[in-house]
Design a binder for this molecule. Structure first.
Ligand code: FMN
Length: 367
C-alpha cells in the first residue's frame, strides 16, 4: 500500500506529506474497528516497563498525540509524543523540512511547533494505553534560557500522570541555545530539579515515572564523558541517543544540505552508534534508547549491539513506510537465531561478548 502511495507522497512538499500521513494513521485509529496490531513478541523489560518489542516511534512524528491508536495499530512497541512546550507555539517559518532522498536523510528546523501542554494532556487523558507512551518535554522559544528549568518542571508536572516515561529534550538544534543545557553545570541543576520533582510527584500519583534525557550526537569524547558523569550523579533512568546532527556527514554539499537545521536518517547512524557505544561503556547499566539512522534490520541490530536496550525510528519510516517495522522485527528474529538464543537479551549478551573479543556478531554461528 505505502509502496504505491510513496511516489505521490514524495511529490508533495515534505511537511504536507507528513500531515497527510499522520491524518491517515489517525483516521485508521478512529475506525469503529481499528486494525489490530501485529502480534510480534520480542519482549523487553526496561525502565521498569514491559515492551512487546524494542522498536518505538521517535519524538516529533506525532508531537501533539493526535494519532496514538492508529500508531499503536501499526505495531510499534512504544510511542514517544512531543516535544511539547508549556504554551502552544507555531515553530519556525516554512519551509523548515527538507528531503535528501539520495542520502535517505532529512533536514529539519521545525522549532518545536506544537499545540501546547493543555491540548496534549487532554488527548493523553482520553487515551487507553496498550503500549508504553513516553512524553518528550521542552521549553518555549520565548522563555529565557536562564528560566528554562521552569518550563521543564511545569511540563513534567502536567504530563506525569499520563506518561509511562518522560523524555527531557536538551538536544534540539532548532531552539536557540537549547543544546547549551547539556553543559555539565546546567544539566546538573536541571536534571537534579526534575529528579526531585519525580520523587515528590511519585508520592501524589502513587507511581514513579522514569525520566530519560535525550542528547545530541555532536559531542567531543570529553564533553560526552562529562555529561555521562552528570547523568550518573543525578540518577537519570535512561538516555535517549540521539537527536539530529548539526554536522553534515554527507558527500558533497548541495543547496539542500546547506539548509540550517538538524540532519536525521541514514548518514546519522554512525554518529549515533558512536555515542551509544560510549554511553554503554560509561553509564554503568543505565538503559539507552538508540535512535538515529535506523533504516533496516542491520542498522537496528547495530545500535542494539552497541548498547541500546530499546530503539526508535523516524526518518526511516518516511522513506520506507510502516512496512519497515515488520522488516526490522523479522530481521531481529534472524539475528537472535544466529546467536543460538531464544530471546533478545541473551542474543545481545552473546553479540556484545563477540564484539568485545573482535568477532563480528552476525558472522559467527552458535551450535
Ligand atoms: C521533522 C522532525 C521533527 C522532529 N522533532 C523532534 C522533536 O520535537 N523532539 C525530539 O526530541 N526530536 C525530534 N526529532 C528527532 C527524532 O526524534 C530523532 O531523534 C532523529 O530524527 C534521529 O532519528 P532518525 O534518523 O530515525 O530520524 C525530529 C526529527 C524530525 C525529522
Amino acid at each position: 500500500m505505502y509502496k504505491r502511495l510513496r511516489p505521490w507522497l514524495l511529490r508533495l512538499p515534505p511537511e504536507a506529506a507528513h500531515k497527510m500521513a499522520l491524518m491517515t494513521i489517525r483516521l485508521r485509529g478512529a475506525l469503529w474497528y481499528p486494525p489490530r496490531p501485529p502480534e510480534w513478541r520480542l519482549p523487553v523489560t526496561a525502565l521498569g516497563l514491559e515492551f512487546p518489542h524494542p522498536l518505538g516511534l521517535a519524538a516529533g512524528f506525532d508531537k501533539d498525540g493526535q494519532a496514538l491508536t492508529g500508531l499503536a495499530a501499526l505495531g510499534f512497541g512504544f510511542l514517544e509524543v512531543g516535544t511539547v512546550t508549556p504554551r502552544a507555539q507555531p515553530g519556525n517559518p516554512r519551509p523548515r523540512l527538507f528531503r535528501l532522498p539520495a542520502e535517505g536523510a532529512l533536514i529539519n528546523r521545525m522549532g518545536f511547533n506544537n499545540q501546547g501542554l493543555e491540548t496534549l494532556v487532554n488527548r493523553l487523558h482520553g487515551h487507553r494505553h496498550t503500549i508504553p507512551i513516553g512524553v518528550n518535554i521542552g521549553k518555549n522559544r520565548d522563555t529565557p534560557l536562564a528560566r528554562a528549568v521552569d518550563d521543564y518542571r511545569l511540563a513534567f508536572a502536567a504530563v506525569v500522570p499520563y506518561a509511562d516515561y518522560i523524555a527531557v529534550n536538551l538536544s534540539s538544534p532548532n531552539t536557540p541555545g537549547l543544546r547549551t543545557l547539556q553543559e555539565p553545570e546546567t544539566a546538573m541543576a536541571l536534571l537534579g530539579a526534575l529528579k526531585e520533582d519525580q520523587r515528590t510527584l511519585a508520592r501524589s500519583i502513587g507511581r514513579r515515572v522514569p525520566l530519560a534525557v535525550k542528547i545530541a550526537p555532536d559531542f567531543s569524547d570529553e564533553a560526552l564523558d562529562a555529561l555521562i558523569q552528570v547523568i550518573r550523579a543525578t540518577e537519570c533512568d535512561a538516555v535517549i541517543a540521539t537527536n539530529t546532527t548539526v554536522t553534515r556527514p554527507v558527500a558533497g554539499l548541495s543547496a539542500t544540505t546547506k539548509e540550517q537545521g538538524g540532519l536525521s536518517g541514514a548518514p546519522l547512524a554512525p554518529l549515533t552508534k558512536r555515542v551509544i557505544s560510549r554511553l554503554f561503556a560509561g553509564l554503568g547499566g543505565i538503559p539507552i534508547i538508540g535512535v538515529g539512522g535506523i533504516r533496516d534490520a542491520q542498522s537496528a541490530w547495530d545500535h542494539l549491539v552497541a548498547g541500546a536496550s530499546l530503539l526508535q525510528i523516524y526518518t526511516g519510516l518516511i522513506y520506507e513506510g510502516p512496512g519497515l517495522l515488520e522488516t526490522i522485527i523479522k530481521g531481529l528474529y534472524v539475528h537472535i537465531q544466529e546467536t543460538g538464543c531464544d530471546d533478545l537479551a541473551c542474543a545481545l549478551q552473546a553479540a556484545r561478548r563477540n564484539l568485545s573479543s573482535g568477532i563480528e556478531p552476525n558472522t559467527i554461528k552458535f551450535q
